[in-house]
Design a binder for this molecule. Structure first.
Ligand code: SAM
Length: 376
């Protein structure tokens, strides 16, 4: 196969981390843009991207680019493709659409025009047409219109890649799994030193850290990827890539991973999530107040946590005291690298340690920072 150009989408701010992940997968022509990274490669790179990328939301294969100023122009552009090379009329399809700064403003109507163009072409050529399945289509399409430039892509991932399948029940403010993995990767932690999250909530950071430490791809046990419904799906290649990933996994963590939280119910949930992630026996979870934290014995490692920051849970005044306490706790942890992820810069200042690294990121729409503090 000729190398094709793909686009991996991600949450804003994670683009450079995603680009680095793609470099590790031997992708070429890596170009960072807002909300994602384009890259080139053969099917091996494309399948690996879906299997391995920890920070991506989905991996797309663009098949059409066109200037469009109206839904009718969009319809005409979509009809220029020969859709029989992408699907059969017996398959189901769905079109997902987002629009920005364009004369076409109604994303649902735009998606419908794309679907009409495909179905009309099939009907005219063979008298049958694919039906729509918005929930789990055999072939998913993604339409992105930005300043009148439409990009139509086959969606190689299907359901969003951040849905790892280990977190069926939500706590109040869990971190998105892809964001959690992005934070860990950005700290440079690679699995061989201890990892501690003393505010672990539902356990997202320790669980993602374990998968990194074990070299386990996040998509290993995923039920289905979008590309499995494509006409040219290479099942042999895909199976060999997945088997190779399985063989390369570590059986044990090279260094301990620990999560604690003051709430007993939350710790039970973290344990259940870890079991669902297949690593319940590897992570040490325990109930503890962060105020009582003493650095665990043995070699130092990394502390990474996301303290509450007032917008969603917690009260600002109490939180000021809480962040000050965090600073005192970090001071006790000589040799450890200490990081927090927060959406409140004023609260972060209450830690009262100098910041040695500051990474701007987003948690959904909330501007946040990943901060590394200087510890003795
Ligand atoms: C923003 S949440 C962390 C969410 C977590 N990263 C996840 O993915 O589910 C903050 C957590 O800090 C915990 N917490 C608050 N005060 C605490 C304290 N004094 N000691 C330990 N944990 C505390 C809360 O119970 C909550 O689970």
């Amino acid at each position: 196969m000729r190398p094709a150009q793909y686009f991996a989408t991600c949450a804003r701010g994670l683009e450079p981390i995603l680009a680095e992940e793609l470099r590790q997968l031997d992708a070429t022509k890596i170009v960072v843009s807002r909300g994602g990274v384009s890259f080139s490669g053969n099917w091996t790179v494309f399948y690996k991207a879906n299997l391995w990328l920890r920070t991506a939301v989905r991996v797309l294969m663009p098949i059409l680019e066109a200037e469009v100023t109206s839904p009718d122009e969009l319809y005409q552009a979509v009809q220029t493709l020969d859709w029989s090379s992408y699907m059969t009329p017996d398959q189901t399809l769905a079109v997902d659409c987002n629009v920005r700064d364009s004369r076409i403003t109604h994303s649902q109507y735009a998606a419908r025009r794309v679907k009409d163009a495909i179905c009309d072409q099939f009907k005219a050529r063979c008298g049958r047409r694919p039906s729509v399945d918005p929930e789990s289509p055999m072939v998913g399409l993604n339409l992105h219109i930005d300043r009148d430039r439409a990009t139509l892509s086959l969606d190689g991932s299907g359901e969003s890649l951040h849905k790892r399948g280990y977190r069926p029940i939500q706590t109040k403010a869990p971190l998105n799994e892809a964001l959690a993995a992005g934070l860990i990767l950005r700290t440079g932690w690679a699995g061989d030193t201890p990892f501690l999250d003393p505010l672990c909530g539902s356990g997202t950071l320790p669980i993602e850290a374990s998968w990194i430490g074990l070299r386990r791809p996040p998509g290993l046990t995923r039920r289905r990827f979008g590309f499995q419904g494509w006409l040219d799906f290479d099942v042999r290649l895909w199976t060999s890539i997945r088997d190779e990933a399985r063989r390369g996994m570590r059986k044990d963590l090279p260094a301990p991973i620990t999560g604690s939280d003051s709430r007993r119910d939350v710790i039970e949930l973290a344990r259940a999530n870890a079991r669902a992630a297949g690593i319940g026996h590897l992570i040490r979870f325990g109930r503890a107040d962060v105020r009582d934290l003493q650095p665990p014995p043995g070699p130092p490692g990394i502390i990474l946590c996301n303290p509450p920051y007032g917008r969603r849970i917690g009260d600002e005044r109490e939180l000021q005291t809480f962040y000050r306490t965090l600073g005192e706790v970090f001071r006790r942890c000589a040799g450890w690298r200490t990081w927090i992820f927060t959406g409140n810069a004023a609260l972060a200042r209450q830690v009262r340690l100098s910041v040695v690294e500051r990474v701007p990121l987003f948690n959904g729409a909330i501007p946040c920072q990943l901060l590394r503090f200087a510890t003795p």
